[in-house]
Ligand binder design. Structure first.
Ligand SMILES: C[S@@+](CC[C@H](N)C(=O)[O-])C[C@H]1O[C@@H](n2cnc3c(N)ncnc32)[C@H](O)[C@@H]1O
Length: 272
């Protein structure tokens, strides 16, 4: 029997103990990557965050909740972007929520204009119909059970105004990358961390949302983190997979949007 409380505690401990990163965005700290992570990996992650910020915050105005804001990486990327020729930071009022004080502290250092609250995504400390948009990036995948994921979707629905937008992501159980991991590396690829696009759509619909659009990211062909391997100086398999993934994202996805559903990580935009 899974002990949900202790799983949540482990998760919280992980984020509480993540290295402090100061005011600079340092992806190595934000994602707990080794100090010798190659530049091309950091470039790839930075590009991913910029694109996620554009997808998540593009076109929004009013009061926005970033549920599970972490150290504010997406916030900082979003605030430096413009939408309809107006800086996003002038269009929105940003509220960041996280259950880790450590992560909130890092996020707060980065933006003097934003507000922050400590709390859990499946029990949000806000009144019904408060927000124009809720963005939750990389958080549902951290929750210990499917019930927690469903609860948090219900909470996002509750705090959104009618017609409000939710942007949320999941790890695609049916991407080629997860298939490789399941079949070759015998990894457990199960909900809530990994879920199929159709099951995630059903969960969103059960919570009351209507799907608007989605965007896949990360088309890496095989197991990541090989850059830590001893073959690295010879030929870096991770470099090849980074080039492949960037190529698909930049050249193929815009022309054939359906390819998005093969992304390892899928961001979904839906409406209340
Ligand atoms: C992978 S990070 C994502 C951070 C940020 N949203 C991003 O995309 O860069 C996950 C964050 O969710 C937070 N988190 C995990 N479970 C949570 C929960 N149940 N309630 C609130 N925050 C949670 C963690 O503390 C961490 O900061």
């Amino acid at each position: 029997m899974v002990d949900v409380k202790s799983l949540q505690k482990q998760e919280l401990e992980f984020w509480e103990n993540l290295k402090k990163s100061g005011e600079e965005i340092d992806l190595r700290y934000a994602r707990d990557l080794p100090d010798d992570t190659p530049e091309f990996i950091l470039r790839m992650l930075a590009q991913f965050e910029r694109e996620v910020a554009k997808f998540s915050f593009g076109g929004c105005s009013g009061l926005v909740l970033d549920a599970g804001c972490g150290n504010g990486n997406i916030l900082v990327r979003a605030m430096s972007q413009t939408c309809s020729k107006k800086p996003i930071k002038e269009r929105i009022r940003y509220v960041g929520l996280d259950f880790s004080r450590n992560m909130l502290g890092m996020a707060a250092l980065r933006s003097k204009d934003a507000s922050f609250a400590q709390g859990c995504v499946n029990h949000l400390p806000f009144k019904d119909e408060t927000f124009d948009r809720v963005v939750s990036s990389g958080v549902i995948t951290c929750l210990p059970t499917v019930q927690d994921a469903m609860l948090s979707l219900a909470e996002f629905y509750r705090v959104l105004k009618p017609g409000g937008i939710l942007v949320v992501d999941f790890f695609n159980q049916q991407s080629h990358f997860t298939w490789v991991r399941r079949t070759l590396f015998k990894e457990a690829i199960n909900p809530p961390e990994y879920i199929s696009p159709s099951s995630f759509k059903s969960q969103l619909e059960d919570a009351g949302f209507k799907l608007l659009t989605f965007r896949g990211f990360d088309y890496k062909p095989y197991q990541g983190y090989l850059f830590m391997s001893r073959w690295r100086s010879l030929v870096d398999p991770c470099f090849i997979q980074e080039r492949f993934s960037s190529f698909v994202e930049a050249r193929v996805v815009p022309k054939i949007p359906g390819i998005s559903r093969f992304g390892y990580r899928i961001y979904v935009k839906c409406v209340k």
